[in-house]
Design a protein around this ligand. Structure first.
Ligand SMILES: Nc1nc2c(c(=O)[nH]1)N[C@H]1C(S)=C(S)[C@@H](COP(=O)(O)O)O[C@H]1N2
Ligand SMILES: [Mo]
Length: 320
């Protein structure tokens, strides 16, 4: 029986962009060359300028049609050359510097209030987890946004492996700190390493995603390779990059930006167009690639999945 596997980069939406057509053509050519229905996405493709030279090809990942975005996918080149990653510098053009981050070997510890703490090698983890592709919006607190096809697996799938104790209330995410390749770490006034966190309920939500790829390729270092988290309903800074440690805890983690400027960047940081940042409006966002300005949506458009998480938390500063 011939089973047609939907390639990761196929766009089900009617708004197909020129980038999508170009990418899809590459895919068709790659398929013909390999003569396989489920060839690894990276096969036979030329790497984009920002893409990494390291990392094993990802197993084929099917796009999950449940998460629809009624906007065009951001061109890969834009998403991989315009980044926030302060360890490499406090500007958007860190993608070249980030290529120096050694992405293999790479391990991530999952520990704290769990029955079975474990350390996973990244390739073992990718092989063991239910890999899928999800097209998600990302809205930075600085009011730009993009739409990216990420490859990864649910955060809860990983947490299930270590069996969190019932006393665990929060999840803390820690980014690698490698002084030899990260010039930003010399800026000693910043509270390195980069820390982020969420509640257990948020971690269990179906949208909370651990990312190991983008555009069908291994996640490049500038986007947080080889492993980053993404909460698409929250401002982008909640999505910690290049994770080395995930800790279950009963104490609310104090994040990097909260420590730097707590009155501007809080723990919850859910997207809300009606709650301005102290220094600018959050009503609209600039679309990466086109420069178009579009209205920002509450929970970044994901309210149907996450609004229930916050109904009993109205005394919290949920929006910034
Ligand atoms: N370790 C680390 N993670 C980080 C950041 C950072 O500076 N360091 N920046 C955050 C911010 S502000 C955003 S908007 C997103 C950007 O992700 P992208 O470069 O893939 O677009 O990463 C987040 N994760
Ligand atoms: Mo951001």
């Amino acid at each position: 029986m011939l089973i047609r596997i939907r390639r990761g980069w196929e766009i089900p939406e009617s708004r197909v962009t020129p980038e999508a057509i170009a990418t899809n053509r590459r895919a068709v050519l790659g398929l013909a060359a390999a003569g396989l229905a489920a060839a690894p996405p990276a096969l036979g493709q030329t790497r984009d300028a920002g893409a990494p030279a390291e990392g094993s090809p990802l197993p084929p990942a099917m796009r999950n049609p449940r998460y629809r975005v009624e906007r065009a996918i951001t061109p890969e080149h834009e998403a991989t050359t315009f980044n926030n990653y302060y360890e490499f510098g406090s500007h958007k053009s860190i993608y070249r510097a980030a290529q120096r981050l050694p992405m293999r070997p790479w391990t991530v510890k999952v520990e704290g209030m769990v029955e079975q703490p474990r350390e996973f090698g990244i390739d073992d983890l990718i092989a063991a987890m239910p890999i899928e592709e999800r097209v998600y919006r990302l809205r930075c607190v600085e009011a730009w946004s993009m739409v990216v096809p990420w490859t990864g697996f649910r955060l809860s799938a990983l947490l299930d492996r270590v069996r969190p104790l019932s006393s665990a209330r929060y999840v803390r995410f820690e980014t690698a700190a490698v002084p030899e390749v990260m010039p930003g770490l010399r800026q000693s006034w910043y509270p390195w390493p980069y820390i982020e966190g969420c509640t257990i309920e948020e971690a269990a939500n179906e949208l909370a995603f651990l990312v190991v790829g983008a555009y069908g390729r291994p996640l490049p270092p500038q986007n947080g390779g080889p492993l980053r988290v993404h909460f698409p309903w929250k401002y982008g800074f909640k999505s910690g990059k290049s994770l080395v440690r995930i800790t279950l805890t009963d104490r609310r983690p104090k994040s990097f930006w909260e420590t730097v400027q707590g009155n501007e960047y809080g723990f919850w940081a859910n997207v809300n167009p009606e709650v301005p940042h102290p220094r600018w409006s959050q009503a609209t966002e600039r679309v990466l690639g086109t420069g178009e300005r579009i209205p920002t949506r509450i929970f970044n458009g994901y309210g149907e999945f996450v609004a229930h998480l916050y109904v009993n938390l109205q005394n919290e500063r949920l929006w910034a």
